[in-house]
Design a binder for this molecule. Structure first.
Ligand code: GLN
Ligand code: ZN
Length: 757
């Protein structure tokens, strides 16, 4: 093997202080001129390039920056603006760009969906009747900018044609046709980059880690053969990430100069393939060895040994690039400011900046130097591992025990259902809501005052009680059958529990982009998680004391807590899920003890942990379902367990949903109603179920008739004795007036639907 260099795949665009978000939002609200927005974003971009250079990265990505989303950029670069937006070709105005992302007065936004198995969401390109054209060579612009401004010879990043087509809407069935239309434009982009002098061009093809059919493979081969024939000089680095590449032998044989593989999230698969089939001589291997998805430091001596092993498998004329496993878009910018955390924790963390330092140190080590960071990283991890928070013996024993046993309710659903009906005697088609009621500016201000110490806890608690009292009254007036306390005391459904559970920590500035300018700050799970004290009993019991109707207790489920956090990497995720599940089980028991006999355990993010490869999904579903059941199975038959899910396609998950054995599930359906109903036609659903009858994402108040139509459709395939009526999701983001009006219509719709049965 000849040369070892260091690279990066992408840098978080949001900025240390979320300057990016602030600038764009100021522009949206009219407070910032377009020219000033360009200036501020160019500034951020330059800062990030400089930073990467100073950290010692050889191959600095350019063109990964975006004004919103990199997939939208690609669509817009090819003039693929959906037809419902006004656009006559040529460069796409910024206003149109944002209209596609966020909708305009006259046209609905493009759909947004999860970027593979991350919590990043991209704008789904729509391939309609517009002829694609090259409206601007964005990677070329970025390449020039970095060179002219900073003398940096960047590595342009382009989303590959294969993945772009796979991620788009409207291409299925005519992938080939679209490929033929777009390929000449791709060739132009690459040719211009090559002529400009780009030494490497990173072509991202993450689509290659999910299932690749024979037909897909043929298409892929055609694409890259054409590119290689048309632009033979372009040094293309075909980059995969998030898992092991499918069809390894064929992919590494494609006529490109370099192949990027993820040796963190696809370690087993990629390593095995490399051992078995070797790596073509003369090609460069870009090895993702530092986790780009998590916030922990790497055990650098171990990584160094691992790289040695890989290097040993390469031919003499193959080069090696050391890099993160994927773009650093998925981690926060810098761990430097996190002084609020315990030292042992802070020392063991690495965000984007620190990960680049790791890459640079590894490169040095491979050149025979011995940077201090290597030994330091291991010591820091050893200190964290030795921390008492990681050796709660009682937790570990309890988890081991529970993992061995089945987690089943006392009796099967039919018996529970009868028992529960005997206690509550609910009408047919009972009505309820999903948990939260409007979090008004007043509620948020009250929490701020309490957090800042301006309000005492007593005063804040009294404020919350007042909100609960008001909304119990409102719910009774509306005539809902099962009430909720409204979740006024919670900011975020995961953070609220994390703050009360040992084993969690919260960063000051650990933001990552979720979609557009929306950023989230995931909690860290670093120690053994354990129940400490009741977390929701006070508010729930208070709410129940105000009414004779049942009040549902409201918890966030273990899998959702896990999937929306940065999780320790010394334990299998399954084990961490069981720890959380056990802690929540105690909360469920405490609620039951306090007389709350309907308890909802939300799992909106159950599907977010879905592995990319179909073959891995069964194992995930098994432990995810088990974690839910650990939380919910120890209650009496008369205690009714509810769950709720949203944000996703469920049609391939009906079996898993049934296996949860929840007495009642409510599912968001507004965005995929037809599909869901269809899957229930094929699989009868034998437990309680509510398919959301209206979309809470819009302030529009739906009519009774509309909702009755939803109910009628659902009852064609679902048992009316098991059917519930509820909105799609929590009402936290809605205003009070529209919420009350919509729920009144919903209750009337339920009454009239009952009469029709
Ligand atoms: N109970 C939560 C709420 O109503 C559920 C939120 C969610 O599904 N994302 O806000
Ligand atoms: Zn929801």
């Amino acid at each position: 093997m000849s040369r070892i260099t260091s690279g990066n795949l992408g840098f978080p665009r949001i900025g240390k202080q979320r300057e990016w978000k602030k600038a764009i939002e100021a522009y949206w609200s009219g407070k910032l001129e377009e020219a000033e927005l360009h200036r501020q974003l160019a500034e951020i971009r330059s800062e990030h390039w400089k930073l990467q250079k100073n950290k010692g990265i050889d191959w600095i990505p350019v063109g990964d920056f975006s004004y919103y989303d990199q997939v939208l950029d690609t669509a817009v670069m090819f003039g693929l603006v959906p037809e419902r937006f006004e656009y006559d070709g040529g460069p796409v105005p910024l206003e149109t760009y944002y209209a596609v992302a966020r909708g305009s007065k006259t046209a609905a936004a493009s759909e947004m969906t999860k970027w593979f198995n991350t919590n990043y969401h991209y704008i789904v390109p729509e391939l309609g009747n517009r002829e694609p054209e090259l409206t601007a060579n964005l990677p070329l612009q970025a390449y020039r900018e970095a060179k002219e401004k900073l003398g940096i010879d960047g590595k342009p990043v382009v989303l590959g044609l294969y993945s772009f087509l796979k991620l788009s809407k409207g291409a299925s069935g005519n992938l080939r046709e679209w490929s033929q239309k777009l390929l000449p434009l791709y060739v132009r982009v690459l040719r211009e980059l090559e002529q400009e002098g780009a030494a490497w061009i990173q072509v991202d093809e993450p689509g290659l880690v999910t299932f690749v059919s024979d037909e897909d493979l043929a298409l892929l081969q055609d694409i890259y053969r054409t590119i290689s024939a048309e632009v033979p000089q372009a040094r293309i680095l075909l980059q995969t990430y998030f898992d092991a590449v499918e069809r390894y032998e064929e992919i590494v044989a494609l006529p490109v100069r370099g192949i990027g593989l993820d040796f963190v999230h696809g370690r087993e698969g990629n390593l095995q393939a490399l051992r078995q089939h070797g790596f073509p001589g003369g090609k460069t291997l870009a090895a993702g060895v530092v986790d780009g998805r998590n916030i922990w430091r790497s055990d650098l001596p171990a990584v160094q040994a691992f790289i040695d092993e890989i290097a040993g498998l390469l031919a003499d004329d193959s080069d090696l690039i050391i890099q993160p496993s994927c773009s650093l878009l998925h981690v926060p910018v810098s761990a430097q400011g996190e002084d609020g955390l315990p030292g042992v924790l802070k020392d063991a963390m690495a965000f984007a900046e620190e990960k680049l330092e790791e890459i640079a140190a590894l490169r040095q080590a491979l050149h025979g130097e011995n940077p201090a960071l290597l030994a330091e990283s291991r010591q820091a991890l050893e200190r964290l591992n030795a921390d008492p928070s990681r050796s709660r013996k009682n937790v570990q024993e309890a988890v081991n025990r529970i993992a061995q046993q089945p987690a089943e309710r006392l009796s099967p659903f039919e018996i529970r259902h009868t028992e529960q009906q005997r206690v509550w005697n609910l009408p047919l088609l009972p009505t309820t809501t999903i948990g939260s009621f409007p979090q008004t500016a007043e509620v948020r201000a009250a929490r701020q005052k309490w957090r800042k110490g301006e309000w005492t806890t007593e005063r804040y608690d009294e404020f919350i009680r007042e909100e609960i009292r008001t909304w119990i009254g409102i719910q009774e007036d509306i005539g809902l059958d099962v009430l909720v306390h409204g979740e006024f005391e919670r900011t975020d459904m995961v953070e609220f529990f994390g703050e009360k559970l040992p084993g969690f920590a919260f960063t000051k500035g650990g933001w990552v982009q979720s979609y557009g300018t929306r950023c989230v700050k995931p909690p860290l799970i670093y120690g053994d998680v354990e129940f400490d004290r009741p977390m929701t009993v006070k508010e729930t019991a208070f709410a129940q004391s105000l009414t004779s109707k049942p009040v549902k207790g409201m918890l966030t489920g273990p899998v959702t807590v896990l999937n929306w956090s940065f999780v320790r990497s010394d334990l299998p995720r399954e084990t961490v899920a069981y720890q959380i599940a056990l802690a929540l089980r105690k909360e469920v028991e405490a609620l039951e003890e306090a007389g709350i006999t309907m308890i909802q355990v939300d799992e909106p993010a159950l599907r977010e942990g879905f592995p990319l490869k179909p073959a891995d999904r069964g194992a995930y579903i098994d432990w995810a379902v088990k974690a839910f059941k650990i939380t919910t199975s120890s209650v009496r038959d008369t205690t009714q367990i509810h769950t709720h899910m949203c944000y996703c396609e469920f049609h391939d998950m009906i079996d898993a949903i049934r296996d949860l054995d929840a007495d009642v599930i409510s599912i968001e359906t507004s965005r995929s109603h037809g599909e869901l109903i269809q899957s229930f036609e094929e699989n009868t659903y034998p437990l309680g179920i509510g398919l959301g009858v209206y979309d809470i994402h819009s302030p529009r108040v739906p009519s009774e008739e509309e909702m009755m139509a939803m109910v009628r459709r659902a009852l064609q395939v679902l048992d009316p004795k098991l059917f519930w009526i509820n909105p799609d999701c929590g009402l936290k983001t809605r205003g009070r007036e529209e919420t009350v009006a919509a729920l009144k219509n919903m209750v009337s719709a339920a009454k009239r639907s009952r009469e029709a049965i």
